[in-house]
Design a protein around this ligand. Structure first.
Ligand SMILES: [Zn+2]
Length: 352
């Protein structure tokens, strides 16, 4: 059987969550920026229209690595971002294309397809911006519903109220809603709600899954997740960025590298975060810790690579197709112990 073709027909998100954890790979903007198909700064997913075959391929790579969800790459494919690059006329085409690509891969692989909306960057807790963001959400969510996605993700909201507006727009479609908040250095939303209070409000307003994504790495996300898990009743989501954030620099924007203090804003975010990337074992540790807490919707956000997702899947006891190539250092020429290896190389290994 070919890779990615071994999965039975998909049941819905909620049925899958009742049966066990669900993995959702994220981080498409960062990955395509690294690969040279969109620009850091504006961060608009133009690759969806210019190279749809590459977007399809990356979806397949994340599924190969263990993602149960194909998230349509409509992150920042909203009116405000497209206006910024003078391409607002491409808004609908970009959304429909992203949804079509994701749906193709999900249907081929027995995974779930998710629509997506995110922070608009125009919300300011006044009547004019409330109306503006609602309109932006409604058009994107409308396209996702027409594309017959399995559920819709609303993510990286720093304002709890903006998240509630997105949730309300999603609920109009009748589809399940996964809502995740972005918590920056201060452990609260922009209006001052604690993460657990914000998640409780979202749950009480009808979100099927609530939690946190992006901004914080495993070490500084987990304490907030613990409080959320103790507060809400339903499913909790946890999708950290794979960066070594810590108590003094709890977000990936706040990480500092003295050797690169002349970068914009005096910070390595977003183009020089490489030395802070978590290895696969750190992601596995996070996965086990979060799952033991009772968190069942798991993923990795900006900075994630397929090796992180495979590690997450394996930490949950799974063997996705990519596990065929999980490291086996016993076969390494110098560091290995396989009996067929030349013994003299083990001597060289001492000098490596
Ligand atoms: Zn992210």
């Amino acid at each position: 059987m070919a890779d990615n073709m071994a999965v039975p027909p998909a049941s819905g998100l909620l049925e899958r969550l009742e049966a066990g954890p669900v993995i959702c790979a994220e981080g498409y903007l960062f990955e395509f920026e690294r690969r040279g198909y969109l620009q850091a700064g504006a961060f608009v997913p133009e690759v969806v229209l210019e190279h749809p075959e590459l977007v399809e391929q990356l979806h397949r790579e994340f599924v190969h690595a263990g993602s149960d969800v194909v998230e349509a790459f409509t992150y920042y494919a909203h009116r405000e971002k497209l206006r910024l690059i003078g391409k607002e006329h491409l808004l609908q085409e970009m959304n429909l294309q992203a949804l079509a690509i994701a749906t193709t891969v999900a249907r081929d692989t027995g995974t779930l397809v998710a629509g997506n909306v995110c922070n608009t960057n125009v919300f300011a807790a006044d009547e004019a911006s409330r109306a503006a963001v609602r309109a932006m959400f409604e058009e994107q969510i409308g396209w996702a519903a027409e594309a017959k996605v399995d559920f819709i993700i609303g993510e990286t909201f720093s304002w709890g109220e903006e998240a509630l507006i997105a949730l309300d727009a999603i609920k109009q479609t009748g589809l399940p809603a996964v809502i995740t908040l972005a918590i920056h250095q201060q452990p609260e939303t922009r209006e001052g709600w604690s993460p657990e209070e914000a998640c409780l409000r979202l749950e009480e307003a009808g979100a099927d899954v609530v939690g946190l994504n992006c901004i914080r790495g495993p070490e500084t996300l987990l304490p907030l997740l613990t409080r959320i898990r103790e507060t809400v009743k339903g499913h909790v989501a946890a999708l950290p960025v794979p960066y070594r954030t810590h108590d003094e620099q709890p977000s990936f924007q706040s990480l500092r590298d003295p050797a690169y203090s002349d970068l914009p804003g005096g910070r390595p975010f977003p183009t020089a975060l490489d030395p802070f990337v978590c290895n696969r074992y750190e992601i596995a540790d996070f996965t086990r810790d979060a799952y033991e807490l009772g968190i069942s919707y798991l993923g990795v956000c900006c900075g994630a690579g397929p090796h992180h997702i495979r590690s997450m899947a394996e930490a949950l006891g799974r063997t996705p197709p990519a596990s065929r190539f999980t490291a086996d250092m016993s076969k390494h020429a110098f560091l290995g112990v396989d009996s067929s290896l030349k013994a003299h190389n083990r001597e060289y290994a001492k000098e490596l």
